[in-house]
Design a binder for this molecule. Structure first.
Ligand code: ADP
Ligand code: ADP
Length: 215
């Protein structure tokens, strides 16, 4: 995306946010709370319109999207969880709305380790299980671009280790994988490249090794 600007009232949430994410590597998007990470991802997903600037995905530039990009999967786009609905039914409903074969639901449940818990009501899920369900939802359409906003929030250490290795293998298959976090420590174990955001713009954009070597 290039030159994204957005204000909510007097607060600039995005103040010229610009960076490019490559495929085949995991890119960490790091910065303190309020740095503009979620707003950036929301603009790319078409859930927010910037006041200025452009998002560009797969060669198509836009400020406003009139329909969701079916080749971008995101936790932000996973659909509101109805507490009374089971994880499997939630995914089946999403698959139906996106025209995805129901067989794929069983595959993603397996992939995120929720197959055994798939019939339980999502309302009883821990935060870590909800994150897994969100990742499953993002992966339903087997998208070449994955944008994950704080996927490690509420995950236990085993879950974080599992998620890191899943995201690395998804990137190694040639996908674009962008993972936001307010903690550098969460991404430095898995990111090849890191974009650091602060106050709505990019402060650093470099391979992880270069960033670590500066400190
Ligand atoms: P981050 O994801 O890095 O925590 P956000 O993109 O959520 O940052 O927020 C950036 C700034 O924009 C913050 O000051 C936040 O409070 C503000 N903001 C984000 N979304 C809204 C909104 N819908 N209405 C008002 N202010 C918002
Ligand atoms: P994150 O830490 O991932 O940015 P937040 O809790 O900041 O999440 O924001 C969650 C949602 O609330 C987002 O959709 C964001 O746009 C919105 N939001 C954030 N800050 C504000 C705000 N000050 N006023 C209204 N909505 C906000």
């Amino acid at each position: 995306m290039a030159g994204l600007r957005k204000r909510f009232g007097a607060t600039p949430a995005l103040d010229g946010m610009s960076f490019t994410v490559r495929s085949g590597v995991v890119t960490g998007f790091v910065g303190p709370n309020g740095a503009g990470k979620s707003t950036t991802l929301r603009v790319v997903l078409g859930l927010d319109t910037p006041d200025a600037g452009w998002a560009l995905v797969s060669g198509r530039a836009y400020r406003t999207l009139h329909r969701p990009l079916c080749h971008v999967g995101s936790l932000l786009d996973a659909g509101a969880l109805e507490p009374g609905r089971s994880a499997r039914n939630h995914l089946l409903w999403l698959a139906r709305t996106q025209g995805i074969a129901t067989r794929r639901v069983e595959e993603v449940l397996e992939l995120v380790g929720l197959a055994a818990a798939a019939r339980r009501k999502a309302g009883g899920y821990s935060l870590g299980m909800r994150q897994r369900l969100g990742i499953a939802a993002a992966l339903l359409g087997d998208p070449p671009v994955l944008l994950l906003d704080e996927p490690f929030n509420g995950m236990d250490p085993d879950g974080i280790i599992w998620a890191r290795s899943l995201l690395r293998s998804l990137a190694a298959e040639g996908r674009v994988v962008l993972v936001s976090s307010h903690l550098m420590g969460e991404v430095q174990e898995m990111a090849d490249h890191v974009v650091v955001a602060g106050r709505g713009k990019v402060i650093a954009d470099a391979p992880l090794e270069d960033l670590l070597a500066r400190h």
